[in-house]
Design a binder for this molecule. Structure first.
Ligand code: NAD
Length: 487
């Protein structure tokens, strides 16, 4: 059984309970991990607090070397990490190879950005004064990770948090803790004890005691809106720094100049990667009236040719969903849409040829509208719902008719349409002709109920740093505007 990583040591945790980690492609138990308790959370916090003073004073260059070393060790263990990730999360190996690239490169990126600058000097307008802006770490950063990109989303928080001089406690999802624990054991062992800790378990049991703890000043969370709202309400009385990356319901607008074959491939990639379990999955598709039939036929032909199977099988295009409750939600959304008049063109069911695993066929559904759950709430599954628009302005209005604002996609060769879309779409990322591609230097995050945090780029580092303004007068004479007044 992999153990928790606290204060540089591996521990079985204080509680007697364990959690079975399930392979979603076979429904078999892969391994078990400790179901962490409040006591484990306290132990991790104590280790992280003890390590903080020394870590924040560690020269930025040394911190950079340690982060690079972590990335190098991960590369040396790539095969094992990608295999574990594929088994516990389910998506195909090529997608996990890509997640692995993001994991390692993010550590390298923030190693360099962390030594780049610690603030700025403001040349003062006064002859005897100096002003400075200093960026300081908060202290212990709690990093709570979801299951859909366990390593990428861990890296997007942990690497900048460490580079900024915080110590961290990682709480992986109870569904996918194995690859994180493997990395802790093989790739994080060179960090000073307590700088980096991993506690496993359920959110309420092991993370909430830290969310409410006065000595955890910053909480970086990626996950569902409901959990984000709970964390925000628990942390609000202590005015903690909250970094919340929440759900999405991304729109993809196909302009009338787009090529149907290209659109089909772009839409399938944007909506079906990781079986549609990406926060920025395309979950609403808007097609131009008049040309909708060509786009729909090309999409159905492409999607019905994709192969469903275990992620570990090299011929698989789409893996299983992470669990039965997640699949039931998708089924409920499709059923509700169909009951209101929508039509399933392909998919819309569990595959009868795969007896085990939480599979759901990639689905194209048409005749949907914004009264349906499938166009309003996060579905988080391999479903592409198609709706028609008349004018481009209407397509933008439909894009923005959503409580979330994570990403928005457009396919067009028309720069006027592209400019209009990027100006008007209320989303943290706008993708034009290249859906779901990120950039290490480009901030990623949401608007509206998707949360306002930013990961990657300079912004991603600043999420883990407090800003201090220093005003320094070298002349120690009293100021003429001090008391007493009028004499
Ligand atoms: P989730 O909210 O169920 O769980 C996320 C993490 O929070 C897990 O580690 C879980 O154990 C922990 N948690 C649960 N209850 C908690 C509590 N009361 N206190 C503290 N921690 C708690 O989400 P999930 O199902 O793991 O992930 C899927 C969701 O994540 C989707 O909504 C998806 O859109 C979102 N997501 C967002 C982004 C983004 O960048 N915006 C990226 C990926 C996923």
């Amino acid at each position: 059984m992999p153990l928790q990583f606290v204060g540089g040591k591996f521990t079985g945790g204080s509680g007697a309970n364990t959690i079975n980690v399930i392979d979603p492609a076979t429904e078999e138990v892969l391994d078990t991990v400790p179901a962490g308790t409040a006591e484990d959370a306290e132990a991790a916090l104590s280790a992280a607090r003890s390590a903080f003073d020394s870590w924040r004073r560690t020269p930025a260059n040394t911190r950079a070397h340690l982060l690079h070393e972590a990335a190098s060790k991960m590369r040396a263990h790539k095969e094992q990490i990608v295999r574990l990730l594929t088994l516990e999360e389910g998506k195909p190996v090529p997608e996990n190879d890509e997640e692995f690239e993001w994991l390692t490169n993010t550590f390298d990126y923030y190693a360099e950005l962390g030594r780049h600058e610690r603030g700025r000097v403001l040349p003062s307008g006064e002859y005897t004064q100096l002003n400075m802006v200093i960026k300081e770490p908060y202290g212990v950063a709690l990093c709570i990770i979801p299951w859909n990109y366990p390593l990428l989303l861990m890296a997007w928080k942990v690497a900048p948090a460490l580079a900024a001089g915080n110590t961290v406690i990682i709480k992986p999802s109870e569904l996918t803790p194995l690859s994180t624990l493997y990395i802790a054991e093989h790739c994080f062992d060179h960090f000073p004890p307590g700088v980096l800790n991993v506690v496993t378990g359920y959110g309420k049991e092991v993370a909430e005691p830290l969310v409410t703890h006065p000595h955890v000043p910053v909480i970086a969370f990626t996950g569902s809106l409901a959990t984000g709202q709970r964390i925000a309400s628990l942390a609000a009385p202590m005015m903690k720094k909250l970094h919340l990356e929440l759900g999405g319901k991304d729109a993809f607008v196909i302009a009338d100049d787009a090529d149907p074959q290209l659109a089909a491939r772009a839409l399938a990639y944007a909506g079906l990667t990781n079986a549609g379990q990406v926060c920025t999955s395309t979950e609403r598709i808007y097609l131009p009236k008049g040309k909708a039939r060509q786009f729909t036929e090309a999409l159905v032909a492409h999607v019905s040719g994709l192969k469903l199977g275990p992620g570990i099988d090299s011929s698989t295009d789409i893996g299983p969903m992470i669990g039965s409750t997640f699949r039931e939600k998708v089924e409920a959304h499709v059923a509700e849409a169909v009951s209101k008049g929508a039509k399933v063109l392909t998919g819309g069911r569990r595959p009868d040829y795969l007896k085990k695993g939480y599979f759901y066929e990639p689905t194209v559904i048409t005749g949907v509208d914004h009264s349906m759950l499938i166009m309003r709430e996060e579905t988080f599954g391999p479903v592409l719902p198609l709706m028609e628009y008349t004018t481009f302005e209407e397509a933008i209005a439909l894009t923005n008719d959503c409580v979330y604002g994570l990403g928005a996609c457009l396919l067009t060769g028309d720069p006027l349409k592209a400019k209009m879309f990027l100006e008007e779409a209320k989303a943290g990322t706008v993708w034009i002709n290249d859906p779901l591609t990120d950039n290490y230097a480009g901030p990623f995050g949401g608007m509206k109920l998707s949360g306002g945090a930013r990961e990657l780029g300079q912004e991603g580092l600043d999420e883990f740093r407090e800003t201090k303004h220093v005003h320094w007068e070298f002349n120690t004479a009293p100021k003429p505007w001090w008391y007493p007044y009028g004499r």
